[in-house]
Design a protein around this ligand. Structure first.
Ligand code: BES
Ligand code: ZN
Ligand code: ZN
Length: 499
């Protein structure tokens, strides 16, 4: 997969040598000077005439015609050196890997030193490279009849890098694990509702548990009835598919304390129920388990890297369907917490499922909670498709989540929950709560509702309805599921410090 070599040797044979190129007016130095010489001192001319692009994410390919060991040179434009962030670098590598995939190369070499700045060292660059590779080249197989010929794909990257070999190797491994796990989440989200039922999701979690030695608990309908999970079970009432409450436990500390609870909405298809979605709004609702996928992706990273932390993952999974037995608007249900809920809208089902899941995470000892959910269309109206909505009941815990999201390059933005917002969620005349207080600020209403079940436990809610999939392909992946929040959650767990 990766080979590390300390020095670049321009005579080494390789399909392609990859070089970073900044937008600067200096004469080529170091390795670039050597390459310039091999190219009859034409490098600056090639740049000037636009054959080699220096703008960020521009990829240029030139054949060496036997002048170097490398058959081709791939130049990765990096823009202004002072401005380059780690995310920019990841995206630039993403564009590179997309080009390599198009060229059907199976092996390339990368001169890491040409990518470094005052702020980005060898290890940062190695990490960015290895995370970008799987992310950028991800494809969802789909169900088209295939031709027999398997497509060639990149198998090996030689990394020329100056530094501690073990540390470089660690950075490469960790980046690759993060990228791969994000792809696992993408695949779960891309699967249609008939291909990924709650039972399938539970089986997937069971496989993870087996592979990484997690403790596994799958609650069946009868178990949930005994526990009084009336909110989650209400969502499943119209379905022929059995509901599953999926629990994975990872213990990385001596004692089961300072436990992080990761709770993910696992609605495998959301019709809206009797508050039926319009025909345009229902298409795409196979992605309503993206929160669950983020949590499972993060658990994959945790299983691979084994941080010294305690984590419990809780995923309520079912589809939201219609039948003679389905939940109806006006119904009143009782959650596991004992709080009663007046159902005004059966399409606000995510918060019902999460209510019991949050209670159950606390039951399993979670001291810090994050829930991730494709919860509301309202968050898309508020923040668009590139920013995840966040709400919280605890400043320090929110700060940790925010920092993790910034490190992951997955922007989040906080919306408030004021007392008046809580009052609206509590405004039912006949029950403790109502699940849909109206259109105004409805992303906030969703978060505030879940917050009622977190109670005093530090809690952050992440609404990924806008960010969990994308209409167009981008440098770090194709159109479709993004796997958003996998990396944020994993970084959060890795860096977690109890207050
Ligand atoms: N799964 C949807 C939210 C959603 C909308 C996700 C668009 C992805 C894209 C959720 O269950 C839902 O239907 N929410 C309602 C809540 C409302 C009835 C209070 C919504 O946002 O309209
Ligand atoms: Zn819904
Ligand atoms: Zn939903």
């Amino acid at each position: 997969m990766f080979t590390i070599k300390n020095e670049v040797n321009l005579h080494n044979e390789t399909e392609a040598l990859v070089i970073g190129i900044f937008n600067q007016n200096q004469r080529p130095q170091g390795l670039l000077a050597e390459i310039d010489e091999a190219l009859n001192h034409e490098l600056l001319t090639l740049i000037k005439e636009g054959d080699i692009g220096v703008k960020a994410k521009q990829i240029s390919k030139i054949h060496t015609l036997g002048k170097l060991g490398a058959k081709r040179l791939f130049f990765v434009g990096l823009g202004k050196k002072k401005k380059l962030t780690e995310q920019d670098l990841k995206e630039a590598f993403g564009s590179l890997f997309k080009e390599i995939q198009k060229s059907k190369l199976t092996e390339v070499s990368v001169a890491i030193d040409t990518f470094l700045t005052d702020n980005l060292d060898t290890y940062d660059a190695a990490y960015a490279l290895s995370e970008a590779w799987p992310l950028a080249t991800y494809r969802f197989e789909g169900y088209k009849k295939k031709s027999n010929e398997p497509e060639k794909s990149l198998e090996h990257v030689t990394v020329y890098a100056d530094g501690d070999e073990q540390e470089i190797s660690a950075a490469l491994t960790v980046g690759f694990v993060y990228g791969k796990a994000t792809n696992s989440a993408r695949t779960l989200v891309n699967l249609p509702g008939n291909m990924l039922t709650a039972t399938d999701l539970a089986n997937y979690a069971a496989d993870l548990a087996k592979k990484y030695d997690f403790e596994l608990e799958i609650l069946e309908k009868e178990d949930m009835e005994k526990l009084g999970m009336g909110a989650f079970l209400a969502v499943n009432k119209g379905s022929v598919e059995p509901p599953k409450m999926i629990v994975l436990k990872y213990q990385g500390k001596e004692t089961w304390s300072d436990v992080i609870g990761l709770v993910g909405k696992g609605i495998t298809f959301d019709t809206g129920g009797y508050s039926l979605k319009p025909k345009d709004g229902i298409v795409g609702m196979k992605t309503d388990m993206a929160g669950a996928a983020s949590v499972l992706g993060a658990m994959e990273i945790i299983g691979e890297l084994k941080p010294e932390q305690n984590v419990v993952a809780v995923i309520p999974s079912t589809d939201n369907m219609i039948s003679g037995e389905a939940l109806k608007p006006d119904d009143v249900i009782t959650s596991m917490s004992g709080k009663t809920i007046e159902v005004l809208n059966t399409d606000a089902e995510g918060r019902l499922a999460l209510a019991d899941a949050v209670t159950y995470a606390k039951h399993h000892g979670a001291n810090y909670l994050v829930d991730v959910a494709t919860l509301t269309g309202g968050v898309i109206v508020a923040l668009g498709m590139h920013t995840t909505g966040a709400m919280a009941n605890n400043e320090e815990w929110f700060e940790q989540v925010l920092e993790a999201s910034m490190e992951a390059g997955e922007p989040i933005w906080r919306l408030p929950i004021f007392e008046r917002d809580k009052e609206r969620v509590r405004s039912s005349k006949i029950a403790d709560l109502n699940n849909s207080p109206g259109r105004e600020g409805h992303a906030i209403m969703g978060g505030a509702f879940i917050g009622e079940f977190a109670e005093d436990t530090p809690w952050v809610h992440l609404d990924i309805a806008g960010t969990s999939d994308t209409k167009s392909s981008h440098s770090l992946g194709p159109a479709g599921a993004t796997g958003v929040m996998v990396r944020t959650l994993a970084i959060l767990v890795e860096r977690f410090e109890a207050e």
